[in-house]
Design a protein around this ligand. Structure first.
Ligand code: SIN
Ligand code: FE
Length: 289
């Protein structure tokens, strides 16, 4: 397998070079790995690194675009400190993406930034929600019509523990395997899901197929075991970037991560044909949105 991970010789968030080979690697679904770039917590932020800071009613701590913090426990001072730390990561993540991918800048939509203090191995979940199984990201309630999910991750573990992922085969290969087994799209079912508020808008055929890939991969234990994959320990104090709707990924272990999601219309990529929407439309021979 040609390497799905590209090591990046970058050691600062700002003014990163923009190289065509990095852009095409990212848009081909590879992971850009920055072993020499890390998020640095300040001395006074170090006590925030405890799972007890998360409100057990929330999956993650997140900072909304308007600066509001959700999912955290603690007094006003703690919450302000947390919001400041997560906000600083957001700025750095945006700076990195603007440098690497300047053509995206105008078209990006910034989603909330998250801080995940939980130990991965401790999460008990249904197979569908289990991110320890290889998958591409697709969300049942939020149809996105082919809009991309670009993510910047930072392993901020203070004890040197890596965040271990498995990274799977290319999106084309996954689509060739799972599209033929996908349940057919049903327009009336999509309308019913919307009417029942299961989805926030009408689920398109694209969204249906992406969920079929997500579920098809996660449900198939032989595939999970036997498909081409590599195990990648992202070091404590490192950063990585990928399109998580395209890169097959699974998280096996680790604790304390920051994550910034950015959305981008597929048409605003350098090569829109490389997107999951482009690939699925080519494979099925029809418009999916
Ligand atoms: C995921 O997006 O599947 C989880 C990634 C992680 O927690 O490292
Ligand atoms: Fe995921």
């Amino acid at each position: 397998m040609d390497s799905r991970i590209v090591e990046m010789p970058v050691d600062a968030w700002a003014q990163v070079e923009c190289r065509p080979e990095w852009i095409s690697a990212l848009e081909a679904g590879k992971v850009l790995y920055f072993p020499h770039l890390g998020f640095q917590p300040r001395e006074e932020e170090k006590h925030l690194f405890t799972p007890a800071i998360r409100d057990p009613k929330s999956r993650n701590i997140s900072l909304n675009a308007d600066g509001r913090l959700a999912g955290a426990l603690g007094d006003a001072q703690t919450q302000t400190l947390l919001a400041g730390m997560v906000g600083r990561f957001r700025e750095q993540a945006l700076e990195l993406i603007h440098g690497l991918l300047p053509r995206y800048t105008e078209a990006l939509r910034v989603a909330p930034t998250s801080f995940r203090p939980m130990q991965v191995e401790s999460r008990a979940q249904s197979w569908r929600a289990d991110d320890r199984r290889l998958h591409v990201d697709a969300f049942p309630s939020r149809p996105n019509y082919g809009e991309r999910i670009l993510r910047v991750f930072a392993n901020v573990n203070p004890h040197g523990q890596p965040r271990v992922w498995r990274v799977g085969e290319s999106f084309e290969t996954i689509a060739q395997r799972f599209v033929p087994r996908a349940k057919p799209y049903s327009a009336w079912q999509a309308k019913a899901l919307q009417a029942l508020h299961v989805t926030k808008s009408l689920r398109s055929e694209y969204d249906h197929l992406m969920l079929q890939l997500h579920d098809g991969m996660k449900r198939d234990l032989d595939y999970q075991r036997d498909c081409e994959q590599l195990t990648m320990p992202f070091a404590a104090g490192s950063v990585w970037v990928c399109f998580s709707d395209q890169t097959a990924h699974a998280v096996m272990s680790g604790q304390y991560m920051m994550e910034q999601t950015l959305h981008l219309p597929a048409a605003r990529q350098y090569d829109p044909a490389a997107s999951p929407l482009g690939i699925l439309q080519k494979l099925t021979g029809r418009e999916l949105v």
